[in-house]
Design a protein around this ligand. Structure first.
Ligand code: FMN
Length: 185
């Protein structure tokens, strides 16, 4: 199964991007995880530049979503919300619907003990209104995220490792069910 991983941070030393790389190492072998690298290249969404002549980067983004069986998002919190670049990427597909019924594992990670809880709540609200299949048992905040990884970007906290193994198992179940539904349609 193909998973598209999206970090909500463009920062080179991003904790969220590092966490995505760390948890990729724990994912079941059936998951082929590809990182989406063009979040920062998407233009600001405007219906005026969408349609038959929409930018190539937007077409590639939509194709990447269409080709994925599930999406894994990990976002920081900026001013109690999600970063503008991540919201912009979601706005691009509200109308075109690539996220509709797509199984999504939605995480927020922060070096703080709050784990980006308000960004997570905001992300969940946006995904739900877009009719995304949010996999709730696999969607949560990761507190003190830097301390849970070593310099090799491996999870070192046993409880967090176990949490992610269970989360991936729930994510996988929902993706299998969604793939069966798609095959029957
Ligand atoms: C512009 C900006 C706004 C932020 N706002 C919040 C916030 O509202 N709540 C919070 O817990 N952390 C906030 N932070 C801290 C970030 O969540 C933290 O630096 C996090 O590591 C950023 O994610 P990244 O490491 O993946 O880039 C903010 C950071 C920046 C740069």
């Amino acid at each position: 199964m193909k998973i598209l991983a999206i970090s909500g941070s463009l920062r080179s030393q991003s904790t969220n991007s590092a966490l995505l790389r760390a948890i990729t190492k724990l994912a079941p072998s059936e998951m082929e995880i590809t990182t989406y690298e063009e979040l920062g290249e998407l233009p600001h969404f405007s219906p005026d530049i969408d349609g038959d002549n929409s930018p190539q980067v937007v077409r590639r983004y939509r194709e990447a979503l269409n080709n994925s069986d599930g999406v894994l998002i990990c976002t920081p919190e900026y001013a109690h919300g999600i970063p503008g670049v991540l919201k912009n990427s979601l706005d691009w597909v509200v109308g075109s619907g690539e996220y509709v019924n797509k199984p999504v594992m939605a995480l927020s990670a922060s070096p703080s003990y709050m784990g980006g809880d308000k960004a997570h709540a905001s992300l969940m609200q946006t995904l739900k209104v877009m009719n995304v299949t949010v996999v709730e048992p696999a969607s949560f905040c990761v507190t003190l995220a830097r301390k849970k990884m070593n310099d090799q970007e491996e999870l070192v906290d046993a409880k967090t490792k176990e949490t992610f193994q269970k989360a991936f198992s729930e994510f996988s179940k929902v993706i299998h069910s969604s793939m069966r539904t798609r095959a029957e349609d």
